[in-house]
Ligand binder design. Structure first.
Ligand code: DGI
Ligand code: FE
Ligand code: FE
Length: 190
């Protein structure tokens, strides 16, 4: 599928604001893939579709999580987490994308997971640092992303966890697992 077809499909699913975010993620993901020897085409495709399910009704997402036997633990956490795995499912079934690597990059773009692939890292980070993002700490992560993909990824997950803690929100276990596994992988613990 080429870029313009993919963008036309996703545009119908999103608000203008979220579509602009998607364009930002796409451009950033391509830059990161070029810089860090990722797959540029897969990065482009995963970025375009990463928020495909963002505006699906909660009830529909809940049904899909149950019917498709996704981890039921998801339902006890913030519904913001649901659009990632549900998005991967809908992008496969409605759009017809079959590439597992692309689907996994969509599926894990909110929580991450242990042993993230390079593509998953690129999409997670691009989602966090794309130019339309304006939260505290994002500039620092953009700086780190110029030279170190993994260090930038760790900083973005740390910021997300701190943000959730400050808002008194429960943190999805996968988010902690991702954070721990990246720190351990980086080495230098004790
Ligand atoms: O969809 P986006 O806004 O582009 O970004 P995203 O897919 O990273 O979703 C971010 C939202 O998900 C944000 O409101 C925080 C929330 N979130 C991310 N990780 C966790 C989380 N919420 C909970 N409760 N626990 C998490 O671990
Ligand atoms: Fe998202
Ligand atoms: Fe996003």
């Amino acid at each position: 599928m080429d870029r313009s077809d993919a963008l036309a499909i996703v545009k119908k699913q999103l608000t203008d604001h979220r579509y602009q975010h998607t364009i930002g993620v796409m451009n950033t993901a391509i830059e990161l893939a070029e810089k860090y020897q990722g797959d540029v085409k897969k990065s482009e495709l995963a970025a375009i579709f990463h928020d495909y399910a963002k505006f699906r009704p909660k009830e529909e997402m809940k049904q899909i999580i149950i019917e498709q036997k996704m981890p039921s633990e998801l339902l006890t956490f913030n519904s913001e987490l649901w659009h990632a795995p549900v998005g991967a499912y809908l992008v496969e079934t409605e759009v017809g994308i079959k590439d597992e690597e692309v689907l996994n990059a969509i599926k894990y773009h909110t929580s991450g997971r242990i042993k993230m692939t390079k593509l998953e890292r690129i999409i997670y980070l691009a989602d966090y640092i794309e130019p339309n993002r304006h939260f505290p700490g994002v500039e620092e992560v953009r700086e780190i992303a110029q030279t170190d993909l993994n260090a930038a990824l760790i900083q973005s997950i740390r910021n997300t966890i701190l943000f959730l803690v400050k808002k008194n929100q429960p943190i999805f276990p996968e988010t902690f697992l991702t954070y721990n596994s990246l720190l351990i992988e980086q080495g230098g613990i004790n």
